[in-house]
Write a protein that binds this ligand. Sequence first.
Ligand code: SF4
Length: 350
Amino acid sequence: MRKNRIILFDKDERTKAISMLLTKGDGIEGIYREADDIRKQNMGDEVYIRGIIEFSSICANDCLYCGIRASNMSVNRYAMNADEILDIARTMESVQQTTVVLQSGETPGINDDEIGAIIRRIKHETNLAVTLSVGNRPYKTYKYWRDCGMDRYLLRFETSDSDLFERLHPDCSLDERLECLYALKKLGIQTGSGFMIGLPGETIDILADNILLCRKLDLDMIGIGPFIPHPDTPLGREKNAYEGDEDMFFKALSVLRIFNPDAHIPATTAFDAVFPGVGRNLALQRGANIFMPNNTPVELRKDYILYPGKPCVDESIEQYARSVLMRIESIGRITGKGHGHSIKRNRDIE
Ligand code: SF4
């Protein structure tokens, strides 16, 4: 057994996942159709809109692929205050968004108590569900934020291969990341994770294991997207492992849906960066059921570029929201009403 295979997967399932990923020609359309059918049966035709606010570009970590890593001195660092965040949250309600996703670097220049106060205010002053995505934290911090009203937490593991993980993340091990995910689940917080497709050094075996790890973790939400090299990072000259075979990005999404029938799966922005104007529509037709528009103030978006080619950097929240509604309608789907919480079983809350 290889040292870096820290998680044992069922051999038959792994073989099935790999063979689906490698399917060529007509078989691809069959996988897309199967994923779309499973999405429809389990999640319905609703597309829930979860608006992101990138509230701080400050990060103490140095993940090798990330455009806002601490060592990138060309980034202008900002941190929004509570009133600025609340103003956007109120606007979101008027454009049919039912969840706010607060995202930042891992040491965002706002302390845990201040984040807790922001969660409380959003829950008190709006009807939005609150998702947080601010990195690895101790159990007690997640518990505190849950008690403030946080509904969900996103923390991608990025790769299931521990050696590759440690090469890319000098500040953290895969075990530490998984510990955080298990803590969130234990606390009954709706837990989201996911991975990048095609990190340099990734193999089909690793990609299959990424999909199976999502299943093993029994996640409520799973976000995946292609690796896109950022020029101001150590991986700036690297290529996606599937360059020239970009169908692999959608195959990964569809196989993910087939193995995770009842998880919320967003059509992530990175699909539009690789397939401008159509990537997220295709993702919604190949297994995804969530759309996450960017609600960060236009003047700050240029300072939160995790990878190049992010779409819609100049559109206001209202313009962006209108175009999202049109996109959903154009593919025959409907905008989800209500919060679109996890459809999985109720969990025991400690
Ligand atoms: S991926 Fe997250 S934790 Fe890593 S450098 Fe970027 S913002 Fe920081």
